[in-house]
Design a protein around this ligand. Structure first.
Ligand code: SF4
Length: 361
């Protein structure tokens, strides 16, 4: 039997849809469920999950796209670093088109900066080994799912005694942001579809304080249609029963205690710090900065550049989209001045951004 196929099986998925409809028929207030993972955002849009749900269930997207929550000044710093002599920026491709205050890495490359697309931070370490006279800077953004690999790249550079590999630290951690969102009255979130990749590292227990403090149901789900529909049903059942537990629909990948090895590597190199989320603001303790003992790999310490704080793109409502206050199509620029070909804000740049997902699907 092909078990993978079962997760997309029409009958199974429709079965969830029917049960969800029956469960919510008597509800007076529609339920709003938020996912906080770019891959969920894409999957929900691509599989048309919203069209399978009754009007009493509303799925909204939170700040789960790494590029979308990366603030202007981080991009501006990466751009300023790319203009320094003897520097190579080694970055993932989705960072290239993200607009900073007045430029992007793509524009800088067109103007002559040495910016190379890599598949992994370890490619950045290899680049450093091959180019001892240049400084290789890897912009490290994302959440707990990618932070361990960036930490491992710093450990590898240390082992190889490289003094020309640097990371521009910009990683964020998810549970603190979810707590902030749960406390936002305007979003009125009734349950969280918890991020799967992040949860594979931090484990389901990491959401217990969130569920307890805010009395909000949390379910970690996978990415297939049946995964998401089952996760939605689990959240609705909890909500109707007045419960606020952390459940795990994605047990084939995610464990209660996550991946301790990955967390160990991460905490060997990084330490928590207050962090600016684009469109949201500072969330205390929600970022990761490089520990003092690894400061020689910290781009901010080794190559400090002055960057003016700038406002976000005028008219872009990414902040409200990321907080679940509005849907992408409520932004007046959506699909008009702002499209994936000509994005105004980061939520339209990344394929995992809410605005791009709504536009494309
Ligand atoms: Fe920003 Fe464009 Fe989304 Fe509007 S549609 S919130 S301008 S990214």
């Amino acid at each position: 039997m092909n078990y993978v196929k079962l997760f997309g099986d029409k009958e199974i998925v429709n079965g969830y849809a029917e049960r969800i409809e029956a469960l919510t028929a008597g509800l007076e207030v529609p339920l709003t469920l938020m996912e906080v993972c770019g891959t969920h955002t894409m999957a929900i849009s691509r599989f048309g999950i919203r069209s399978l749900l009754p009007p009493k269930v509303r799925l909204i997207s939170g700040p789960g796209c790494p590029v979308c929550v990366t603030p202007n000044h981080y991009l501006d710093r990466a751009i300023a670093l790319s203009r320094l002599p003897d520097v190579i920026i080694a970055t993932f491709g989705d960072m290239m088109r993200v607009p900073g205050s007045s430029s992007s890495l793509m524009e800088e490359r067109a103007s002559g900066a040495d910016i190379r697309i890599v598949n992994s931070p370890l490619d950045g370490v290899a680049l450093a080994a091959r180019n001892p006279d240049r400084k290789i800077i890897f912009p490290g953004i994302g959440f707990e799912a990618t932070a361990p690999a960036v930490a491992a790249s710093i450990l590898m550079a240390a082992r190889q005694k490289l003094d020309n590999y640097l990371v521009l630290a910009g990683h964020k951690t998810m549970p603190k942001a979810m707590e902030m969102l749960a406390a936002e009255p305007a979003a009125a979130i009734h349950g969280f579809i918890c991020p799967a990749h992040v949860s594979a590292v931090i484990g389901t227990d990491a959401y217990l304080p969130l569920a307890e403090r805010h009395h909000i149901p949390c379910v970690v789900t996978g990415f297939e249609p049946a995964d998401i529909m089952q996760g939605v049903e689990m959240l609705i059942r909890q909500k109707i029963a007045g419960e606020a537990n952390v459940e795990n629909q994605y047990r084939r990948v995610v464990k209660r205690d996550g991946n301790s090895k990955a967390r160990e590597v991460m905490s060997q190199v990084f330490t928590p710090c207050d962090c600016h989320w684009r469109g949201i603001g500072i969330i205390p303790g929600s970022g990761l900065k490089i520990r003092r003992s690894y400061a020689r790999f910290d781009a901010e310490k080794v190559l400090p550049v002055k960057v003016e704080e700038q406002e976000e793109q005028k008219g872009c409502r990414c902040g409200d989209v990321l907080k679940g206050k509005i849907q992408p199509f409520d932004c007046p620029l959506f699909g008009m001045q702002c499209t994936p070909e000509g994005p105004v804000g980061p939520c339209m740049v990344s394929s995992e951004g809410s605005c791009a997902a709504y536009y494309n699907h």
